[in-house]
Design a binder for this molecule. Sequence first.
Ligand code: CP
Length: 309
Amino acid sequence: MKQLSTKHLLGIKNLKKEDINLIFETADHFKEVINRPIKKVPSLRDITIANLFFENSTRTKLSFELAEKRLSADIINFSASQSSVKKGETLIDTVNNILSMKVDIVVMRHPNVGASVFLSKHVDAKIINAGDGAHEHPTQALLDSYSIREKLGTVKGKKIVIIGDILHSRVALSNIFALQLQGATVKVCGPTTLIPKYISSLGVQVETNLKKALDWCDVANVLRVQHERMDIKYFPSIREYTQLFGINKEILDSLGKKIVIMHPGPINRGVEITSNVADSDQSIILNQVENGVAIRMAVIYLLAQQIKK
Ligand code: CP
């Protein structure tokens, strides 16, 4: 059986193209499973998974939990806000206490960049990064590419623009790595204050004119402005941001072609995207969420195959 080249899923940067192909092939199988009347397989009956969320989440948390249940794994859920972290317990102490309950795989979201890498060096379990600060969100990028492949047949050769707050976005960085690995061309578009200085070193072009960016692309992945990661003002007002970088029906109708609209969520309707775009037939936002379960089943299943019992 084919195996992933990595022991953990810490970021897309650590993956090879063959890993992505293997994850997608495996997700194709699980997508078929979760559309059956009985949506469950017994594959991971001997595996225990801990979901550790030190930061808020709706999609990622629920999607991992459902993926684990569909694979018949035993799961425990940990939310930092209701835990002894509030009494001063460290990350390593918290995780080692959880691991002493015989946990095989840890899925972790954490506000600090590198938290998953740190954990992978200090504990004896498989680690899956469910988002670390503004660094990486690998399963989001995998489900995004998988959704493009499903909609357009392939990712190779496609032109993808990522629009919005690139500076604070782990989704942007993981998407750039994943899309380029599969042969897509990536541009970013947003206020210059929200585009990191290093972006050109990743082979990504910057386009500050939204209409030009949309005219160029096959797919627009629209991001939320991450106010919670900002300690200064990066643009004058939300109103001005929406005027310059908001995706609305008028601008899409002016393109003379139908591009695909994506958003990782959560959406701020009326800010970066209007409701009549988010809910339109050009949008694959809910397909992304559906595909998240199959992709996470694939990642968990493939990593679990490396565990010797
Ligand atoms: N896309 C995403 O990571 O959403 P959540 O923060 O709700 O998990």
